[in-house]
Design a protein around this ligand. Sequence first.
Ligand SMILES: [Zn+2]
Ligand SMILES: [Zn+2]
Length: 232
Amino acid sequence: MIDFLFPPTCPICGGSVDLCGALCDDCWGYFDWIDGPHCKCCGYPFPDDYDIGDALCPVCAAGKNELECMRAACVYDDMSRSVMLPFKHGGRIKYAHFMSHAMIWALRDIDIAPDLVMPVPLANRRLFHRGYNQATLLSREISRVYGAPIDFNSVRRKYRPNMGHKTHAQRFEHIRGVFNVAHPERVRGKKILLVDDVMTSGATFAELSRVLRRAGAAEIYGVVFCRVVRTN
Ligand SMILES: [Zn+2]
Ligand SMILES: [Zn+2]
């Protein structure tokens, strides 16, 4: 009845769709979904013809990945940027539905049973200005599907002004010490799934993972909607 009165529409183009919140086939097709061979640890996409089973990317092979494993639904490009920016800064929270479903799909080949789903915290000052944490919006459906509660406030984040374009090393330097585990008793011994909208250098996940492990967390996983993939 509701569908009859308000037929579901694609949140991007407004075309008609079967399922409320889902993308139409055309819009779905514009994204570069990570659906081919990828690093079994961090999900980094390999070329389509690169099919040698359980392979690791050079970063994970060198043991430089802080997380047990992580996945991204799609590649950060013009298309994903065109939904990420309005989602993050323009109040387009209706995108959360298809984005979080794509993230659940991205986790399909890893067997995890998280105790907690943790959106990457925003500093209070940013939360106040933006009105919402986009990572929390993405966490809701993920939390429901995994049957694990969302942890909003065990970790606090200090405000640090954005410094624009930074090198890989500068990003790691800039984020160091920004997170503080306010409630270590809530994370001790827990398997935690971190959630964010985008991964650039991986510095945010690495630093959050570092402080959570120091507070006694058992296993750390991560999922993002899109990730930067080097194209050289
Ligand atoms: Zn559409
Ligand atoms: Zn990897």
